[in-house]
Design a protein around this ligand. Structure first.
Ligand code: FES
Length: 454
């Protein structure tokens, strides 16, 4: 791990995909939903809305994925925005460095500067030049007699590089141990870890809460991934939230009822079948054949998470479910998927996808990197499938009174969990007794010890 002192940035590489969706006009909302009045009443009776306790710009005392190492040019800095901050990212002498983006001289954006000398970035305005620790080491416009070098600096952010991904510490306090806060596959020499980024025009909170509810079979019904399955039916009957120090997930909830349900079901209220047609079923068997099976990505087709990506998937802390500070984790057959919702600002989220595979043979490894990953993950999953969420989340409101169904059980549990985190600042500081008090017997301690006996 490197520890730099400095400041600045904005990226958005050419490969990041954005969804341009017009944001709904929100000015009328106060009249439609007197939410402040309702929240005041809720507070008065001791039932505050948990969403109020989840910071719009994310939890700060954590490591976040910043950028893929390969996306930082040799001679130019890039700007990366996260958690409302702008960081100037460039190549230092000991690895990628991240400084606050605005020059301490008169505030120009360092990310618009150049990297003329190894391990430094020069401001575009008067040439104040900073090293990876944020120290001003030269003023190019003033020459060798300048009195500034050594007497001026910008903030630098602690960073570490794991599996070709740069992680940055966004907290005010001492950086936590990355082996505690970051997923174990990043430290596994046998894991092949791939990454990808898209941008969703939504705040990170609704973006993250778009996970283990019942939207998939409906909202994504025309995605390539679901056209291959072709339908997912789930039951959350009896599901209970299981918590650890850093994650919330559901315990085993498959009651067998999903397998018994027919593909099309009659819905009384609309006097018709859903889905309306059966044509999806006709080609689905094709994607269960040996030659095309690799194209299917949603290993959750049975409605359970029974398939395993090995030890990580079975880990109570790092298995399927949301994990602080903003990850969705999903065990999908032979891989472990993470969609990390990194807040850019209040209105945008960077989806940083980190997926680990454990290929045993060199040929499988090459196939995964060169063919399977680009087609099934980058295109089918992150873009075709994931950006469908982005379209409707762009205009989803997060400040209205909600009505839950049983399928929102994990969302509710996640919000309650966030409140605890917000109170203690960091997940590894939540006392075990607090977790058990909040979630009953279905709670485990921060160290991953299960207390699931009720
Ligand atoms: Fe950066 Fe002057 S504002 S060198």
């Amino acid at each position: 791990m490197q520890n730099h002192p400095a400041a600045n940035g904005d990226i958005v590489s050419q490969t990041e995909h954005r969804v341009s969706t017009r944001r709904a006009d929100t000015r009328h909302e106060t009249r439609e939903q007197p939410i402040e009045r309702i929240r005041a009443i809720n507070n008065a009776v001791g039932k505050p809305d948990p969403r109020d306790g989840i910071p719009a710009l994310g939890f700060t005392e954590y490591w976040y994925p910043l950028i893929a190492v390969g996306r930082v040019p040799r001679r130019k800095p890039v700007l990366v925005k996260l958690l409302g901050h702008e960081l100037c990212v460039f190549r230092g002498k000991q690895g990628i460095a991240a400084l606050e983006n605005h020059c301490t001289h008169r505030g120009a954006a360092l990310s618009q500067g150049r990297c003329f000398y190894e391990g430094t970035v020069s401001c575009p305005y008067h040439g104040w030049t900073y090293n990876e620790h944020g120290t001003c080491v030269a003023v190019l416009s003033e020459g060798p007699t300048s009195a500034v070098p050594g007497h001026a600096s910008v903030k630098s952010y602690p960073v570490c590089e794991l599996k070709d991904i740069v992680f940055v510490w966004m907290g005010e306090g001492e950086p936590s141990d990355p082996t505690v806060d970051l997923m174990p596959e990043l430290f596994d020499p046998n894991a092949l870890v791939m990454n990808d980024v898209t941008i969703w025009p939504a705040n990170w909170r609704p973006a993250l809460e778009n996970f283990n509810d019942n939207h998939v079979s409906y909202a994504h019904r025309n995605s390539l991934a679901l056209l291959m399955i072709p339908w997912i039916k789930i039951s959350y009957r009896g599901a209970r939230p299981v918590t650890t120090g850093g994650s919330v997930r559901l315990d085993t909830y498959d009651d067998g009822s999903t397998a018994a349900r027919p593909y099309r079901e009659w819905i009384e209220g609309v006097d018709g079948y859903w889905p309306k047609h059966e044509w999806r079923r006709h080609w689905a068997p094709l994607f269960r054949t040996r030659g095309l099976k690799w194209l299917r990505q949603l290993g959750t087709a049975s409605g359970t998470f029974a398939e395993s990506a090995g030890e990580v998937a079975d880990d109570p802390e790092w298995g399927t479910g949301p994990h602080l500070p903003g990850m969705i984790r999903l065990s999908r057959g032979d891989n472990m998927y993470t969609r990390w919702c990194v807040p850019i600002d209040e209105h945008e989220t960077r989806q940083f996808y980190i997926t680990a595979f454990w290929p045993e043979r060199a040929t499988t490894r090459a196939f995964t990197k060169k063919i399977r990953w680009p087609i099934t993950f980058r295109f089918i999953n992150h873009r075709n499938f994931g950006l469908q969420d982005a379209v409707f989340l762009a205009n989803t409101r997060y400040d209205r009174i909600e009505r839950f169904s049983q399928f929102d059980v994990e969302t509710v549990a996640w919000r309650r969990f966030c409140i605890l985190t917000a109170r203690y600042g960091r997940h590894d500081r939540i006392p075990k007794e607090e977790l058990i008090a909040a979630f009953g017997g279905a709670a485990a301690a921060a160290e991953g010890e299960s207390a699931n006996g009720d």
